[in-house]
Write a protein that binds this ligand. Structure first.
Ligand SMILES: [Zn+2]
Length: 68
């Protein structure tokens, strides 16, 4: 199953974001509510998408909280 690991990867994209209250616990930067899109690819061909929402740090990109 080693080959399988190399063939599958995930890309994460922020579709849109807007400022939110709160600060990052890692760097102290500003937080924002972001609509995220995660695509799972097999041999570089996307076959599964997931849209989700999270609070991320605008400075370091850390995910502070995620909603399903
Ligand atoms: Zn941060």
């Amino acid at each position: 199953m080693v080959c399988f690991c190399f063939l599958v990867d995930q890309t994460r994209k922020v579709r849109q974001s807007k400022p939110a209250a709160g600060i990052c616990s890692r760097c102290g930067g500003g937080a924002s509510v972001a609509d995220m899109k995660t695509a799972t690819r097999f041999c570089y061909v996307p076959f599964y998408w997931k849209n989700w929402r999270a609070i991320i740090c605008t400075f370091c990109g850390a995910i502070l909280r995620s909603y399903r």
